[in-house]
Design a protein around this ligand. Structure first.
Ligand code: LAN
Length: 719
């Protein structure tokens, strides 16, 4: 932070043109799908490492891919889609992609790096600044996510980030952001995680934070984030003061920093930011903990802090220093920096792996929600290709499928975590994670979609080898079964370990439903569909367990359906996403439009939301409010989910489906691709997150299936 690597930069006033030559960026893919963007400095390097289509596409440069003959049928449109999308497959067989959206991740990476004395390259700094300039709202501030209104969390955190990265305080973008921040009341009212980062940096006082209690049994993300927080809070870490820190103390607050009464800031949270306000219970607990903090027993505190440090180390080692997500990663880094300094393995590994989260997009460099969505994107397109028949139609796609199988083979975890039960981890033998094997966390639905893709490739195609043995497939099935909760549903990373009353202790203010695991319709479906496929191919393995698991899961889905006939989506937006999953589960047990009231209600719910242009469109606000909120525009991806849902439900009327299909086909571009529309995903009710590959996987999948569906419908209607 004292080196030239953090010195002030001259920043142009407009972010429209790249700050660092876009023809010099390359995505390096290694180690089972690891993503790192490199900027090539010399012409020799550029000549030796040409830019490929994957680089160009994600950078927003012209790909030069040909114009295709216009599709006349949905199937042709799907084929055109894959003609394009095959070029985005990485050489190791997976599909890579941007995974941005949240606006509190990049500041964590920047502030954490700054504190821990890590630097960025000049080009990374320039393009992160440019990204923030591009993502600033009209009013000068930033939101919780790229489509959200300016909030104190977004504005405060990104203001600090852009300043640390080298923007001058008098740059018009900084001036405008600062004005917005002061209008919002100034940084005293930043939500808890902002208070925490600012305290580490020395621009907020620890006394203005609610105590961070040591280990409580929470949703894994909250647990893993609060773990390093409790360590850092326990030792009251503050980085040494410097000019930047002094300047930020002036800039962040409309009032005099040195006169702020910190203890009364603990529960001061800007109203724009508030999604889940503190419960009385939480506020009371915080008061008690504050009293405890005044008289905490040094030996007890030391034991607690040492134990927290041990758990932090295990988390780092279990995940090759990528950790569960970039939030706990950057806190872990600061904790390790505090514990061991910079001349150590931990610092070096954290520095190296930080880059796995940094992604170059057309508007600059961002930080992704995880180290990528490799498995998730690969799983869906493979299922799409096999189910539609594109996989077998043309021999020319075979290499692409073989490469994907090879990647999936290498991505399955074959062992339990190195530090297992003592680190409170769930089993991982046979599991797939959301991104890469190295990241090392099982997710119920990722294991499901991953093993489904493997079985599709190995058991449904005749030209593929069988690298994933039967016993490895059984391991995956065992992992899935181990994740079912007693009421039949599936959560994300673990079993539900505590009651939802824990939500009363939610301290994060800007998110909802974060304290414990919940059952999710999406995860439940992704878990049971591979069980059903497995049962067909291997009827002798745990078949009674599988039957029961499916039966109980469907019971859970019945109970989770809303009175209107939808399901609330938790990871995608929103009702169309959840319907796509839930109707598939119902179909597994023979529940369709004509046989089941649940399925019929789901269809009627969806049909009721179809728009005049034939498509569907809902806003991310559906997830915040748990009720359907129309988007101003129709969305291709959501339309595909809705049509897929109608097909799973065997919806008997062709006309609405045909209109939806036409809308999706009309939006296909001449090269077979689709343009990026609104953000697709969500988490913790309030934060939207991008899944740009969905516009390929779900269009190709839906269009490739729907032609046959409509034909069958017509022939059965006429007979
Ligand atoms: C993800 C991304 C993938 C997502 C699905 C697989 C889609 C879902 O079906 C299960 C949950 C999971 C794995 C998931 C959980 C929460 C994540 C990791 C994220 C949404 C990506 C980013 C988010 C993470 C928590 C971001 C950091 C924020 C905190 C509140 C700690």
């Amino acid at each position: 932070r004292d080196s030239p690597a953090w010195s002030p930069l001259e920043i142009p006033h407009s972010p429209d043109e790249p700050f660092a030559d876009y023809t010099r960026w390359r995505l390096k893919v290694s180690d089972g799908g690891r993503h790192v963007w490199h900027f090539l400095k010399t012409d020799e390097e550029v000549a030796a490492w040409p830019q490929n289509t994957v680089d160009k596409y994600w950078l927003g440069l012209p790909t030069g891919l040909p114009t295709l003959p216009k599709a006349k049928t949905p199937y042709e449109a799907a084929r055109n889609g894959y003609e394009f999308y095959q070029h985005l497959q990485s050489e190791d067989g997976h599909w890579s992609g941007e995974y941005g959206g949240p606006m509190f991740l990049l500041p964590g990476v920047v502030i954490g790096s700054y504190i821990s004395n890590m630097s960025f390259t000049l080009e990374e700094r320039l393009e992160m600044i440019r990204y923030l300039m591009n993502k600033a709202n009209e009013d000068g501030g930033w939101g919780l996510h790229i489509e959200g209104p300016s909030s104190m969390f977004g504005t405060g955190m990104n203001y600090v980030a852009i300043r640390l990265l080298g923007m001058d305080a008098e740059h018009p973008v900084a001036v405008k952001a600062r004005a917005r921040m002061h209008e919002l009341g100034g940084a005293t009212g930043v939500p808890a995680w902002g208070k925490f980062w600012f305290s580490l940096l020395g621009v907020y006082d620890w006394a203005g934070n609610n105590p961070v209690p040591p280990e409580l049994w929470w949703w894994i993300h909250v647990r893993q984030v609060f773990l390093p927080m409790s360590y850092l809070y326990g030792v009251r870490f503050v980085m040494p003061e410097n000019d930047m820190v002094l300047a930020l103390r002036e800039e962040l607050y409309p009032e005099n920093y040195y006169k702020i009464h910190w203890p009364s800031q603990r529960n001061n949270i800007c109203s724009v930011d508030l999604y889940s306000s503190h419960s009385k219970l939480y506020d009371m607990l915080a008061e008690v903990l504050c009293l405890y903090e005044n008289c905490s027993l040094p030996p007890l505190r030391k034991r607690a802090v040492d134990w927290a440090y041990q758990l932090i180390k295990w988390e780092d080692e279990n995940t090759s220093y990528q950790d569960l997500a970039p939030v706990n990663k950057m806190f872990n880094l600061v904790a390790r920096f505090h514990g061991e300094g910079i001349e150590c393995e931990a610092w070096r590994m954290h520095e190296l792996r930080r880059r796995d989260f940094m992604w170059m997009g057309p508007q600059g460099m961002m930080v992704c929600g995880t180290n990528g969505s490799q498995l998730w994107d690969t799983g869906f397109i493979i299922q799409g290709l096999v189910e539609t028949g594109l996989a077998t139609e043309d021999k020319k796609y075979r290499p692409s499928l073989l490469k994907a199988l090879d990647w999936l083979d290498k991505s399955q975890m074959q062992d339990n975590p190195k530090h297992f039960e003592k680190a409170y981890r769930h089993r991982t033998k046979g599991a797939f994670g959301f991104s890469t094997k190295e990241q090392g966390y099982t997710v119920s639905d990722c294991t499901g979609e991953g093993i489904k893709a493997v079985m599709y490739l190995q058991n449904h195609l005749d030209f593929t080898p069988k690298p994933v043995s039967e016993s490895r497939i059984q391991d995956a099935i065992d992992t899935i079964l181990s994740l079912q909760n007693s009421d039949g549903g599936f959560a994300s990373y673990e079993l539900i370990r505590a009651g939802s009353w824990m939500e009363m202790l939610n301290p994060a203010e800007v998110f909802g439903n974060i304290m414990v695991e919940y059952n999710y319709p999406e995860c439940t479906t992704s878990a049971i569909t591979p069980l059903a496929i497995f049962r067909k191919h291997y009827p002798n393995y745990r078949s009674a367990d599988i039957d029961l698991a499916i039966k109980n899961a469907v019971k859970y889905l019945h109970a989770a359906q809303t009175p209107e006939g939808g399901w609330i989506g938790n990871w995608g937006i929103c009702f169309t996403y959840a319907a796509f999953f839930a109707t598939e589960s119902l179909a597994l047990v023979g529940e369709t439009y004509s046989t089941s009231q649940y399925s019929r209600k789901a269809c009627e719910f969806l049909i009721g939301k179809q728009r005049a242009d034939g498509g569907w469109g809902e806003s991310y606000q559906s997830c915040e409010r748990n009720e359907w909120v129309e988007h101003k525009d129709t969305q291709v991806v959501q339309s595909c989910w809705a049509i897929m849902a109608l097909m799973y439900a065997k919806y008997p009327h062709a006309e609405p489906i045909e209109r939806g299909v036409k809308m999706v086909m009309d939006r296909q571009l001449p090269d077979g691709s689709w343009a990026q529309e609104a953000i697709e995903g969500v988490f913790n009710k309030s934060c939207a997150i991008s899944y740009p590959n969905f516009k390929f996987s779900f269009t190709i999948w839906m269009l490739g299936k729907v032609g046959r569906y409509l034909e069958e419908l017509k022939s059965s209607n006429s007979s």
